[in-house]
Design a protein around this ligand. Structure first.
Ligand code: ZN
Length: 169
């Protein structure tokens, strides 16, 4: 079945600030959402996408850091259960187009989640995958990467956003 490209919600859309709800039904509606999210992520050339970014308040994200579109990973009800070290790198977000900045994250994490059938799994992630997952799981709690910036950098972001003609939150 062909997947649909979903419109990506952009800052300051309030849906990006909404906390998602736990998925309990691992049904066709979930599978369609996952397929459409992957398709949308690849189309936008992103390495991760969370459900609120396509207007869905479900605790779901998809990630592919292979940069070749070969290693799609789906996370339903993900939770970070362990963290170690720190890493900082430049991040961007499909919901905040063209803005990039350095964010401090944990260098290694362990994520517990379910797959599309509802099976639980644990994944140890480091490097780009760890950063990407922290970014996407933040989305599921209504948190954006700009929230991790220093006060000064947030001011710079606000100025930049105003220049783009965006309304601020
Ligand atoms: Zn994002």
């Amino acid at each position: 079945m062909a997947s649909t490209i979903l419109p990506i919600r952009c800052y300051p859309d309030p849906i990006l600030r909404t906390k998602t709800t736990i998925v309990e039904d691992f049904n066709r509606s979930l599978h369609t959402l996952l397929d459409n999210m992957a398709h949308t992520m690849y189309q936008a050339e992103g390495i991760g996408l969370a459900a609120p970014q396509v207007g869905e308040i479900r605790r779901v994200c998809v990630v592919d850091v292979s940069r070749e579109g070969l290693e799609l990973q789906e996370f339903i009800n993900p939770q970070i259960i362990a963290r170690e070290g720190s890493a900082s790198g430049e991040e961007g977000c499909l919901s905040i187009p063209e803005y990039r900045d350095k964010v401090d994250r944990s260098a290694k994490i362990v994520v517990k989640a379910q797959d599309r059938k509802g099976q639980f799994f644990e994944l140890e992630a480091s490097n780009l995958l760890a950063v990407c997952l922290q970014h996407e799981i933040d989305h599921l709690d209504g948190i954006l990467f700009i929230d991790h910036l220093s006060r000064l950098k947030r001011e710079l972001f606000k100025r930049w956003a105003l220049k783009q003609g965006w309304q601020l939150e």
